[in-house]
Design a protein around this ligand. Structure first.
Ligand code: PB1
Length: 329
C-alpha cells in the first residue's frame, strides 16, 4: 500500500509535542483563590469526628478550627464554605440554625479571630436543623410551605451575615429565595453581602456521604420536589436565569462532574462567575477508586478540576481544596 500523505493542516502533534506546548494548549491554571473548601462545624467545641464515607474529612468543633485549617491557609486557601451540624435541638422551624449557640455563628466568630483574611461563606439551608430533614418548612396541610421557608432562610442569612459571614449561599432550592434573602439583607443594612445561589442543583445520589456527615437524611420522602430532576436541562437554565434576575451575585452548578454540560451552558449564558461544587459522592468515588488501585489519586483530582475549568467554571468548591494547595506547594 502506498504511504498515506497527511497534509500539514491535519498534523496536530507538533502543537502539543512538548510539555510547554501542552501547557499552552490547556488554558490558565486554577488560582488558589478560586478554590473553596467546604467544612463541617459541630456543637461540641473540642470535636474532631471522622466522617464515614468522606475520607480525609472531619466534623470540627470551634476549638479545633485552627487545627483544621491552618495548614491549608498557609498553603494559600482563601475561602471556606461552612456547614453547621447540630448534635440535637432539631425542630420543625430549624431554630438551631441561627440560635445563640448556632455552630455556624460560633465558627464565624472564631474563624474571624484565627484567620482575618479568610473569606467566609455560609451555606443557608434548613435540612441539618429540621426534625424532618427536609430543606423546607411544612404548612398545616403537611405540604411544603415555600413562602414561609424563604422568609426563614432570609432570617438565617441575616443572622450569619451579622455574625461575620462574607457571603451567604442558599442551597435549599426554594422558589424566590434569592429575592427574599436579598431583601432581608438589605432591610438589615447588610445589603452589601453577596449571595451565591445554588441555582442548578440537581436531585443527585452523589450527596449521600454529605447527608451522613451532616445527619441531614430526610425522615420521609426525598428532595425531588425541590431539587432539579437530574436530566432537566431547561429547568436548570430557567433556575439560573431566575436567580440572576432576583439578584444572585454568583450562580452554582451542583454536582459538578456529571453536569459539565450545564456548567458550560451557564458560562455561556450569564455574566457572573459560575461556581461548581464537586460534591461528597464525587470525592468519595475518586478516593475509593484510587484506594482500589484504579488510578492515582492526585492525577484523578487534577483531571476532575481541569474538566470543570474546561467546562467554564470560575470557582471550584471541593473537599480536595487542601490537597490541591499542598500538591501545588
Ligand atoms: O457534598 C455534598 O454532597 C453537598 C450536599 C449539599 C450541601 N449543600 C446538600 C445536598 C443534599 O443533602 O440534598 C445539602 C442541602 N442543603
Amino acid at each position: 500500500m502506498t504511504r498515506i500523505h497527511v497534509p500539514d493542516a491535519h498534523r496536530l502533534h507538533p502543537g502539543y509535542a512538548h510539555p510547554v506546548l501542552r501547557r499552552w494548549q490547556s488554558g490558565p491554571d486554577v488560582d488558589p483563590s478560586q478554590l473553596v473548601y467546604p467544612i463541617f462545624v459541630v456543637d461540641d467545641s473540642d470535636a474532631r469526628q471522622e466522617i464515614n464515607g468522606m475520607p480525609g474529612q472531619y466534623r470540627w468543633g470551634v476549638n479545633r478550627l485552627e487545627e483544621a485549617l491552618s495548614s491549608a491557609v498557609a498553603d494559600g486557601l482563601r475561602s471556606v464554605l461552612l456547614f453547621g451540624v447540630p448534635s440535637g435541638d432539631k425542630d420543625a422551624a430549624a431554630s438551631h440554625a441561627d440560635g445563640p449557640d448556632s455552630p455556624v455563628i460560633s465558627a464565624l466568630r472564631r474563624l474571624r479571630e484565627l484567620f482575618p483574611d479568610l473569606y467566609l461563606i455560609t451555606d443557608i439551608c434548613l435540612c441539618a436543623y429540621t426534625d424532618h430533614g427536609h430543606c423546607c418548612l411544612f404548612g398545616e396541610h403537611g405540604r411544603m410551605d415555600n413562602e414561609a421557608t424563604i422568609q426563614r432562610l432570609a432570617g438565617i442569612a441575616v443572622s450569619y451575615a451579622g455574625a461575620g459571614a462574607n457571603m451567604v449561599a442558599p442551597s435549599d432550592m426554594m422558589d424566590g429565595r434569592i429575592r427574599s434573602i436579598k431583601q432581608g439583607l438589605r432591610e438589615a443594612a447588610l445589603g452589601d453581602t453577596p449571595v451565591m445561589s445554588y441555582s442548578a442543583k440537581f436531585a443527585s445520589c452523589f450527596y449521600g456521604p454529605f447527608r451522613e456527615a451532616a445527619h441531614s437524611i430526610p425522615t420521609f420522602g426525598d428532595r425531588h420536589a425541590y431539587q432539579l430532576p437530574v436530566a432537566a436541562r431547561g429547568l436548570a437554565l430557567r433556575a439560573i436565569d431566575r436567580d440572576i434576575a432576583e439578584g444572585a451575585d454568583f450562580v452554582m452548578v451542583k454536582p459538578a462532574g456529571p453536569y459539565l454540560d450545564i456548567i458550560r451552558e451557564a458560562r455561556n449564558r450569564v455574566h457572573v462567575p459560575v461556581a461548581c461544587y464537586q460534591v461528597s459522592g464525587e470525592c468519595a468515588m475518586i478516593h475509593h477508586a484510587a484506594a482500589a488501585g484504579s488510578f492515582e489519586l492526585r492525577a484523578a483530582v487534577h483531571e476532575s478540576i481541569d474538566a470543570f475549568r474546561r467546562a467554564g467554571a470560575d470557582v471550584f468548591i471541593t473537599y480536595f481544596a487542601p490537597d490541591l494547595l499542598r500538591w501545588k506547594r
